[in-house]
Ligand binder design. Structure first.
Ligand code: NDP
Length: 450
């Protein structure tokens, strides 16, 4: 009997929710994708008849394992880790590792799913994956972090490799953690290969990788504004987060003439109407990366700035907003506040920071809305460039990598315009989803029923 594929989002989502119960973040990411891609699939029988959406929303495999480690007081501790290898149709799996107590299978499936289309948009040969552990790095000593990373790699090394799966950083996984993970991989395998990206410059890392997600997000936003006859120069900008993505987003936006007035962490946000210039940002970098302190300490150092505990920066009037902390950090109510305060553009540095109802608000209001899978693809793009440099045993200059990042973000913007243009307004969500989908779908069709 011929099984009729679902032809509307609600029918499709009912099946997906039944097959993946309780995974709300995964449901949300798929719904955002299917809402825009379903009409395209419906209009193209070759995709519809091959059940392509059903196949694409099922990961290739999920590896789940125990990570036992010992804390500094010699207590035995245990965490759970995952690697979600979502889709390798167009290249080896690629995607970050997240260490955070909120990590669940649902979170990693949503991130892995998004990663598939994001990597496709970069134009580089990378499949999509994501991994991590429900480990909380906050308050842990360097030695504890090292022991955790080494223990995690004892299992993970069997499943990764330069032509199989190449992890990178994400929340809670920065240069320190990647170094511990890479050091352990090298010991276990006795091979020096590009199995992880975001490595130190002394051992195969790429210039600009640290800055790439934040810089790329600003380049994407500047492309959206330029396309609409505007620019970041002179704009008041709000940013959330104070980690890797947020820091370099603030740096590049300021270099392009914007006045960035907020940053945040999980305890609240700081508002500095005078702008977070290079000197102030250097303080934040040292505070968060070296001293591992809290964002409120900014107000003790710089007069005129205020700290707002337990709240997010979206009620501060701005023309451009860059959510760069975590998923679902911008609600529909906050979207309405931003719109009534005259926001012109939102560019997502974090993955899925805007709740779906908030995305709908922005699109209905005609705000330029850069979805994560397009706007924050610069990080994984430069990771792809790090893989190329490792394979060639070469290191490219800062200028060369930055120039490539620039042109990749421009290309992604053009693809979004190509598939998202509608009566003069560009729906970047639809554009990114369809452009990302096409390459994966065509590869899967070519492989047959896989
Ligand atoms: P970091 O760990 O460097 O920084 C995360 C920042 O977000 C910190 O300021 C942290 O505050 C804040 N944060 C984390 N969780 C929460 C929460 N539940 N509520 C409020 N604030 C929170 O991570 P990254 O900068 O690397 O990643 C940020 C986002 O960007 C994530 O969504 C990630 O998936 C995405 N991303 C990252 C890429 C990369 O190259 N690093 C690439 C593409 C996307 P605190 O210090 O208090 O925890």
């Amino acid at each position: 009997m011929w099984i009729e594929p679902c032809e509307d989002t609600e029918c499709f989502m009912r099946g997906l929710i039944r097959r993946n119960p309780g995974e709300s973040e995964f449901h949300q990411a798929v719904r955002e994708f299917v809402e825009t891609v379903m009409p395209f699939v419906k209009a193209n029988p070759k995709y519809r008849e091959s059940q392509i959406l059903e196949r694409m929303t099922e990961p290739d495999r999920i590896i789940i394992f125990r990570v036992p480690w010992e804390d500094d007081n010699r207590n035995v501790r245990v965490n759970r880790a995952w690697r979600v290898q979502f889709n390798n149709s167009i290249g080896p799996y690629k995607g970050g590792l997240r260490f955070h107590p909120t990590v669940t299978q649902s979170v990693l499936k949503f991130l892995g799913f998004e990663q598939v289309f994001k990597n496709s948009l970069t134009g580089l040969p990378m499949g999509g994956a994501k991994g991590g552990a429900n480990f909380n790095p906050k308050g842990k000593s360097d030695r504890e972090i090292m022991r955790f990373c080494q223990s995690m790699m004892i299992e993970l090394h069997r499943h990764v490799g330069e032509d199989t799966d190449v992890p990178a950083g994400d929340i809670g996984v920065g240069g320190r953690e990647i170094s511990y993970l890479f050091g352990q991989y090298k010991r276990l395998e006795n091979r020096f290969v590009g199995v992880l990206t975001g490595k130190g410059l002394q051992f195969g890392g790429s210039l600009i990788r640290t800055e790439a997600t934040g810089y790329g997000n600003v380049y994407f936003c500047e492309n959206m504004l330029n396309h609409a006859g505007d620019s970041l120069n002179g704009k008041t900008v709000t940013v959330s987060g104070s980690g890797n993505v947020a820091t370099y987003c603030v740096e590049k936006a300021t270099l392009l003439g914007a006045n960035v007035v907020t940053m945040s962490d999980s305890s609240g946000f700081i508002h500095d109407p005078n702008g977070i210039d290079a000197e102030k940002l250097a303080f934040v970098k040292d505070l968060k990366e070296v001293r591992r302190g809290r964002i409120h300490e900014y107000t003790e150092k710089f007069s005129g700035a205020t700290f707002h505990q337990g709240t997010r920066p979206w009620n501060v009037p701005c023309e451009v907003a860059f959510p760069c902390a975590t998923q679902n950090e911008l609600s529909a109510d906050e979207a309405r506040t931003l719109i009534s305060n005259g926001v012109k553009a939102i560019s997502e540095g974090a993955n899925m920071p805007t709740e779906l109802a908030g995305v709908h608000e922005f699109l209905q209001a005609g705000v330029l809305f850069g979805p994560a899978k397009a706007a924050n693809a610069g990080g994984v793009a430069v990771s792809g460039l790090e893989q190329s440099q490792n394979a060639q045993r070469l290191s490219w200059s800062r200028e060369e990598v930055d120039q490539k990042l620039h042109s990749i973000m421009k290309d992604i913007h053009e693809k979004c315009v190509q598939y998202g243009q509608d009566d003069g307004f560009v729906n970047y969500v639809r554009g990114a989803n369809i452009a990302g989908f096409l390459k994966i779908a065509d590869a899967m069709l070519a492989y047959g029923n896989v």
